[in-house]
Design a protein around this ligand. Structure first.
Ligand code: ZN
Length: 327
């Protein structure tokens, strides 16, 4: 069947990802792919258009090799102007997990930005100024859009009564071998202070330095809700990871794009955990983690009705204060 072609104004959801493997996972979540639209010559994004449930979704990936907050901000800005009726964004991809006594995070789990302990859901941990008394963080990032936080509440209630659709949506990754959990390898967490012994794998790292954790009874991904730390450098040190986490009252995940989006492209941040943000990190779990994050995103869209979305302000109205409401 030929692909349908819609109008720019038909799209209300913007989905941003950083890596090709994340774009691949996003595309597999589409119920229908739409034909391309003509492109503004000044717009360097490449869009994938389609439908997920009731929602028409625009997907854009950051340019190859250009991840990070600045690149994310540029892509989101161009998307906003190309699709003026987008009402909220979704930043979906992989991230480094922060396991703790409070959060038993495993590889392949999903972390979702949600306000926690006075923080809005995403914190920019490396932004601020050097002062005589030390580094002082400045700036505040906005919370995710309320309609998406309501969606989270609905999903969490579904999780309590065992009617989550996550595994159903995960199966949409189908037979693509890249996304198979079995191909990801073992899930080993090392003691915070134990540094990687060197080499491309943890083959030389001391088995006795691994944290003893009970394997999960089933292999299903668990979703964690709370603070995501965003910064411009890769977090790859266990001690620094835990220090930053404690400074923010508990961080669940580190990533490198969301801080460039929250104030100009209101979005929910959804990260599949592919490593533990320490010196042992490798890329083995990236595909599966990209898949669980994309599957959870589809679940979010499945609980948020399109009619409700059409009644909230567009991102432009939200940012520029043109909500149409009179006080
Ligand atoms: Zn190692």
């Amino acid at each position: 069947m030929a692909k349908r072609q819609l109008h720019r104004e038909d799209y209300s959801v913007g989905w941003v990802c950083a890596l090709p493997i994340e774009l691949a996972a996003a595309r597999l979540m589409l119920d229908e792919e739409h034909r391309h639209l003509g492109q503004d010559p000044n717009d360097t994004n490449l869009y994938t258009l389609g439908r997920i449930g009731e929602h028409n979704v625009v997907i854009a990936c950051l340019p190859a090799g250009q991840t990070g907050t600045n690149s994310a901000a540029v892509v989101a800005m161009q998307m906003r102007s190309a699709f003026p009726l987008i009402r909220f964004g979704l930043m979906v991809g992989i991230g480094g997990g922060v396991p703790s006594d409070e959060a038993d995070i495993r590889l392949g789990d999903v972390v979702v930005s949600q306000p926690h302990k006075g923080h809005g859901g995403v914190v920019q941990y490396d932004f601020g100024k050097a002062t005589p008394s030390g580094f002082e963080r400045t700036g505040f990032l906005n919370m995710p859009p309320t309609i998406l936080l309501n969606g989270i509440a609905k999903i969490r209630s579904n999780e309590f009564i065992g009617s989550s659709s996550l595994s159903e949506y995960l199966s949409k990754l189908g037979d693509a071998p890249a996304f198979k959990r079995d191909n990801a390898g073992p899930d080993v967490l090392y003691e915070t202070s134990y540094k990687h012994a060197g080499g491309p794998t943890c083959g030389s790292c001391g088995k006795e330095m691994a944290v003893g954790r009970q394997p999960r009874r089933n292999q299903e991904a668990v979703v964690h809700y709370g603070t995501i730390a965003s910064g411009s450098q890769v977090m790859r040190d266990g001690a620094t990871r835990d220090k930053v986490s404690s400074e923010f009252g508990g961080v669940l995940c580190f990533e490198m794009e969301a801080a460039g989006l929250m104030n100009s492209f209101p979005c929910l941040v959804i990260r599949g955990i592919c490593d533990y943000a320490d010196s042992h990190k490798d890329k083995n779990w990236q595909p599966y983690a990209a898949g669980t994050a994309a599957a959870y995103t589809k679940e979010v869209l499945s609980v948020v009705p399109a009619l409700g979305v059409s009644r909230i302000p567009t991102i432009d109205e939200t940012i520029n204060g043109r909500t149409g409401k009179r006080s």
